[in-house]
Design a protein around this ligand. Structure first.
Ligand SMILES: *[C@@H]1O[C@H](CO)[C@@H](O)[C@H](O)[C@H]1NC(C)=O
Ligand SMILES: *[C@@H]1O[C@H](CO)[C@@H](O)[C@H](O)[C@H]1NC(C)=O
Length: 290
């Protein structure tokens, strides 16, 4: 809001001081160009998957999408055990806008997925494991932040609340009567390879759960970065506004001739005429709230 007000004031000044107007307009166009450039480079895509699970049964429908501030041309790529850097739409899946659908996943779809821009910028990556087995472990696809809770769910295709045993890095943790395990306030030491076992059906594949550092350094960093970028961009606006304002003040109240008298012949100016012009300028000044 402050910036908008400053900008509109700049334009009001431009109306009055036309000789410097073109120059200031050019620099404003540059600033606007710079803003769009900076805001486009700070855009970052994030990849999400639905259903939000790192493990899936054969035959499930999966949708992956690249979410982004702009609709920049992101492509979804993946590495599997068979191929690397293959592209959605061309090599696998059906591309629909910024998302990609696999109507029937098979174990060969297991791998790491990510979004990539034409310039080579990449999003977060997601590990997906598709199993032919009877049990999956639903674990977070995105890293868990230190201090948050980690929810793990062990299930079969037909039953989602059977008793299940949970394991981390091969070691048994505990059995949960309904197949849901929550680890409260995770720390970096909770990071690892998890799996589960439903004794009547079988074992799930293993999935890596990563734990990232506290918000101050990780989650809020992009926000802070953007804020700094925007400040850097808007400072020239403020500075140019201040310059324009001081220029205008100098022209109207300073010792130099008022702008309006420059356009007329100074030799014809009489005492009374000069007063009239000065009154006009004062009126303009009041109109523009300076
Ligand atoms: C995908 O595979 C390529 C080639 O082996 C490798 O350079 C790249 O780091 C892999 N990407 C991910 C996200 O694992
Ligand atoms: C994907 O899995 C590999 C191997 O288990 C692990 O090293 C990597 O950190 C995982 N990536 C993500 C984004 O979870």
């Amino acid at each position: 809001m402050v910036v908008l007000a400053a900008l509109s004031q700049t334009f009001k000044v431009l109306d009055v001081t036309s000789p410097t107007g073109t120059m200031a307009q050019t620099s404003l166009q540059w600033l606007i160009f710079l803003t769009s450039l900076l805001s486009s480079t700070t855009n970052q895509a994030s990849l999400t998957v639905s259903p939000s699970s790192s493990q899936m049964f054969r035959g499930q429908f999966v949708s992956l999408s690249c979410e982004d501030d702009s609709s920049a041309g992101w492509t979804l790529r993946r590495n599997t055990t068979r191929d690397t850097r293959t592209q959605c739409g061309a090599d696998w899946g059906i591309s629909a806008g910024s998302s990609c659908k696999i109507s029937y996943v098979v174990p060969e779809d297991s791998g790491v997925y990510w979004c990539e821009s034409r310039e080579g910028a990449t999003s977060n990556s997601i590990n997906i494991t598709v199993t032919d087995g009877p049990v999956i472990l639903q674990s977070p696809v995105l890293p868990v932040t230190e201090g948050e809770d980690l929810n793990l769910h062990c299930k079969t295709e037909t039953s989602s609340n059977l008793p299940a045993g949970f394991y981390k890095d091969g070691s048994f943790i505990r059995t949960e009567p309904a197949g849901h395990m929550t680890i409260h306030h995770v720390s970096r030491s909770d990071e690892g390879l998890y799996k589960c076992l439903i004794s009547s059906d079988g074992e799930s594949p293993s999935s890596w759960v990563s734990v990232t550092e506290k918000p101050m350094t990780t989650v809020h960093f992009p926000l802070v970065f953007r804020l700094v970028c925007h400040l850097v961009v808007f400072c020239p606006y403020c500075i140019s506004t201040l310059i324009m304002v001081s220029l205008y003040r100098h022209r109207t109240t300073g010792k130099g001739l008022p702008v309006a008298t420059v356009t007329t012949s100074p030799t014809q100016a009489e005492e009374g005429l000069d007063d009239e012009y000065e009154n006009d300028i004062t009126a303009v000044t009041r109109e523009h709230h300076f």
